[in-house]
Write a protein that binds this ligand. Structure first.
Ligand code: NAI
Ligand code: CS2
Length: 486
């Protein structure tokens, strides 16, 4: 930036709405890549069409201190670059008006914000693990370190669940109404899951609050979709070239986006439908469709693609054997498990997903998607496998995907390089790998992790034998030869 030029965010003509009129009626927990390119952008586009006061206060509970400092420095504005295979569009987002972080604002400022009377929605994108539940059961994990801390110190919470309950308690004590808790994470039945976590936690710390909470808080489910990889230097440089200055809060994503929201808000909601969101009575079928077809394919490509040496999804899907497997995985093994409204065209949906995965402008790392497998396996693969076992139908690709995950958490890729495994259960995997030389024993030990596989699946002989056989094929023949046979 030259000494005479002004900062881009001081340009008053950037927005079609008056940011001074916005209030923090939404508090969002988890100012990560996805929220910037999805809910905050959709709120911005809604505001551009209809004057209203729905602004967002961002809260990051874990890390990203610098990101929040940068955001403050640029008056909470930032850019989103939508990258299609050919064209790209850069948008300046103005829906965010303030931010909080426990590292510089303290716990109490966040609880006080949640208890401000105008707050109507507390939304979140805190990753699957942020809900502190056991994925196989969907129940609050009271041994989770964050929850164990909060149960002992509910006034100084660390978990998102602890903060939400502390905020609701402060509202009840001040004689205020409640708010809507809106999960925007890739968790099956995300509204039900966060509700269960909030109720389980409240029962333990403030049982007297339970009845009030049941009457004053709602937990709609949502299906959220937009591929937003972690930011790259290349995309940052592209945005700098477009706007002529740096924006360290900018993010890049694909052009596609979808948001299906259960219409169950206790204190109103923005007219997000003006910007393409859909309000429906029942989101759960759409969530299952997206988690099994999109995210299931992603995880298949992540584990097997990474092992085979593909750093990006677009490179893995360019291998015709992977493409064929993914098409079959979606249409033959995931579609039969779904119960969709009659007019849903799942073949067209599958083709659209294949085209999105192939977008060469999006550098989505297989390694990034492979993180937190302990949270992702149940909704993406295991629920469908249970369906097939109950119906005696074929699920060979889903089984191969589980075996691929097992090879991945073994910690060495096919060229002999160590894998940096990021997962809340990473230590457990390391113990299992260190204590099992024998392949079959390793598979059995991994299947015995009941927070992932539950109690029933490891007792299903057909499934266990198929996983062992896939594991051996992957080990002996490698991923590329194995998927040729499918
Ligand atoms: P990110 O890594 O950029 O951001 C993660 C956010 O979660 C950060 O704000 C972090 O502070 C917060 N967080 C992490 N662990 C937490 C915890 N235990 N408690 C509270 N907050 C915690 O990731 P990104 O891309 O924003 O994705 C976040 C989630 O959004 C995903 O896990 C997924 O559920 C959902 N999502 C992501 C999509 C994507 O393509 N990136 C698309 C659809 C949904
Ligand atoms: C991905 C998702 O990281 C992952 O696990 O599968 O974040 C995926 O990009 C989104 O769900 C797309 O909407």
């Amino acid at each position: 930036m030259s000494p005479t030029s002004t900062n881009w965010f001081t340009n008053k003509d950037l927005f079609q709405y008056d940011r001074q009129q916005l209030k923090s009626r939404i508090v969002h927990i988890g100012f990560g890549a996805f929220h910037r390119a999805h809910q905050a952008l959709i709120t911005h586009e809604m505001l551009s069409q209809q004057s209203s006061d729905w602004g967002i206060c961002e809260v990051n509970l874990m890390g990203s201190e610098q990101l929040i400092q940068n955001l403050r420095h640029q008056d909470h504005c930032y850019h989103v670059l939508e990258k299609g295979p050919q064209a790209q569009t850069c948008k300046t987002i103005g829906s965010v008006i303030e931010s909080l972080h426990p590292a510089f604002d303290g716990h109490q400022a966040i609880i006080a914000k949640l208890a401000e009377p105008q707050v109507a929605i507390v939304s979140m994108t805190i990753t699957e693990k942020g809900y502190c539940i056991a994925p196989a059961t969907g129940k609050l994990d009271t041994n989770h370190p964050l929850i164990a801390h909060d149960l002992a110190h509910p006034d100084e919470p660390q978990s998102a669940i602890g903060y939400i309950v502390a905020g609701l308690r402060a509202r009840q004590q001040a004689g205020l109404d409640g708010f809507t808790v809106l999960s925007c994470d890739n968790v099956q039945g995300n509204g039900h899951i966060v509700q269960q976590a909030v109720l389980d936690y409240t029962q333990k710390v403030y049982p007297e609050l339970l009845e009030w909470l049941k009457q004053h808080v709602t937990f709609p489910c949502t299906m959220v979709d937009r591929i937003v990889p972690a930011m790259t230097d290349e995309s940052l440089a592209e945005i700098t070239a477009i706007i002529g200055q740096a924006d360290p809060c900018a993010i890049a994503c694909e052009p596609f986006r979808q948001w299906v929201i259960e219409d169950n808000f206790i204190k109103g909601h923005p007219d997000w439908d003006l910007a393409g969101a859909e309000f429906v009575d029942d989101v759960v079928p759409y969530e299952a469709m997206k988690l099994r077809m999109l995210n299931g394919s992603h995880s298949f490509l992540a584990y097997l693609g990474y092992l085979a040496g593909y750093p990006y999804i677009s490179e893995a899907i360019a291998n015709p054997d992977f493409e064929r497997c993914i098409r079959q995985l979606m249409l033959k093994e995931q579609v039969p498990t779904l119960s969709m409204p009659d007019d849903t065209d799942l073949e067209a949906y599958a083709q659209e997903l294949l085209d999105r995965f192939a977008n060469p402008s999006i550098q989505h790392k297989t390694w990034q998607i492979a993180t937190d497998g302990s949270q992702k396996l149940p909704p993406r693969f295991l629920n469908s496998i249970q369906f097939h076992l109950a119906h005696h139908s074929d699920c060979r690709l889903l089984t191969l995907a589980v075996a691929g995950w097992m090879r991945y958490v073994g910690g060495i890729d096919e060229s002999g390089q160590p894998i940096d495994i990021r997962d809340p259960l990473a230590d457990r995997y390391r113990e299992i790998v260190a204590s099992t030389d024998d392949d079959e024993n390793r598979v059995l030990a991994l299947l015995a992790i009941d927070s992932i596989f539950g109690q029933q699946l490891p007792t299903q002989k057909t499934f266990v034998e198929s996983v062992i056989s896939c594991y051996m094929m992957l080990k002996n023949d490698g991923v590329k030869e194995t998927i040729k046979c499918y």
